[in-house]
Write a protein that binds this ligand. Structure first.
Ligand code: FAD
Ligand code: SF4
Length: 335
């Protein structure tokens, strides 16, 4: 571990205070629980002179979860989400995802905003300053090539590994984004722009992975309840007690009689964005049979593009995602 650089911490207690601090310090970085950001500062990946602590902002700390809907402020702690009776009862995919993040101490510190905006990860990036320096850095920091894909033509494939985003995406969550002039709302899936297309046609990659403009921040995330939805989350990790996902899968489905009436599947830990699989509607309308599982395997194969950015090979992570998706769909359909 290395010494922390010098920085100033501002601790506003209201939204107006955050906006004021952002205007006064446009280069400042937001601080949730610091469980990712402080590690990156310590590793010399970022060196912000000013941090704006979001955890004391009263308007961002509310959580409401009932049969009608779910609304969680950006500064709500992960442990609170995991244990909230309304979340556990009505939005189990969200409670299960929150409960699976890191270890208990991280969940007591980590926030929803920090988890949704978690930096993307890579074995060549999440290293000490001297290690990265010895390898001439890489595109995501100050280097000129990508060590994972040297012919990537400027594209970074670092992996998004947050657990909450896929869970919320299967419920068609929306996210409130605050800026100096007001607020805008986006479908949560559109917050993530890390498409990382080799042909350069995508909007973003593992380096530019969020649709936030300078000065914007996450204020809250919201879900409108869908009656009859069953949902769940599962992940495979190297250390079961405290670890990012090798792959994580969220599923929400509706069963009517013996028919699969609705299916949403989202995957994390594989691409530079959490991926809400496109094309699951075509698998609905009939029994849960071999056709559905074959179709699901094909969607995972076509849309999950995992590279060698973690300790496990990319193709292994894609297979893990497929197996988890199949198992979860079976479990939830069975009730
Ligand atoms: C050993 C270990 C294991 C981990 N395992 C997991 C895991 O299994 N799953 C997982 O998802 N994560 C994991 N993490 C990462 C991290 O602990 C969590 O993702 C946590 O939720 C991050 O939240 P935070 O509030 O601490 O974020 P911070 O570190 O405070 O911030 C993270 C990023 O979000 C930005 N940010 C914070 N709040 C806002 C906001 N309101 N609007 C816009 N940007 C904002 C920050 O500027 C920063 O860039 C792990 C970390 C460690 C050290
Ligand atoms: S994938 Fe991104 S973080 Fe990893 S080596 Fe390539 S440029 Fe760096």
């Amino acid at each position: 571990m290395e010494a922390l650089c010098e920085f100033q911490v501002l601790s506003p207690t209201s939204l107006a205070g955050v906006l004021e601090a952002r205007t006064a310090h446009p280069q400042a970085q937001l601080l949730g629980g610091g469980t990712d950001l402080v590690v990156n500062i310590r590793r010399g990946i970022v060196a912000p002179a000013v941090l704006i602590d979001m955890t004391g902002v009263a308007e961002l700390r509310a959580i409401r979860a009932d049969a009608q809907g779910l609304e969680i402020g950006a500064s709500v702690r992960l442990a609170e989400v995991a244990q909230h009776p309304g979340v556990v009862a009505h939005y189990p995919v969200v409670a299960e995802a929150a409960a699976s993040i890191a270890g208990p101490t991280h969940r007591n510190m980590g926030t929803v905003g920090g988890n949704l905006c978690l930096d993307t990860r890579c074995i060549f990036y999440n290293q000490s300053q001297w290690w990265r320096s010895a390898n001439n850095h890489c595109l995501k920091t100050t280097g000129e090539i990508c060590h994972v894909a040297p012919k990537s033509r400027g594209v970074c494939f670092a992996t998004f590994s947050g657990d909450l985003a896929p869970a919320l995406m299967t419920l068609d969550a929306e996210v409130d984004i605050q800026h100096a002039a007001g607020k805008r709302t986006l479908p949560l899936r559109d917050l993530y722009i890390g498409h990382a297309r080799h042909d350069g046609s995508g909007q973003g990659d593992g380096k530019h992975y969020l649709a936030l403009q300078p000065g914007e921040f996450i204020a809250a995330v919201r879900v409108t309840s869908t009656p009859g939805l069953r949902s769940g989350y599962d992940k495979i990790r190297i250390r079961r007690s405290i670890e990012y996902p090798v792959a994580g899968v969220a599923v929400a489905l509706r069963r009517v009689g013996d028919t699969l009436a609705h299916l949403r599947v989202a995957v994390t830990g594989t691409n530079p964005r959490p991926v809400l699989l496109e094309g699951t509607e075509a698998l609905c309308g009939g029994a849960l049979d071999a056709r559905v599982f074959k179709g699901l395997d094909e969607l995972v194969r076509d849309q999950i593009m995992s590279m060698k950015t973690t300790f496990t090979p990319g193709h292994y992570r894609r297979r893990v995602a497929g197996v988890l998706a199949r198992r979860l769909v079976q479990r939830l359909f069975a009730g």
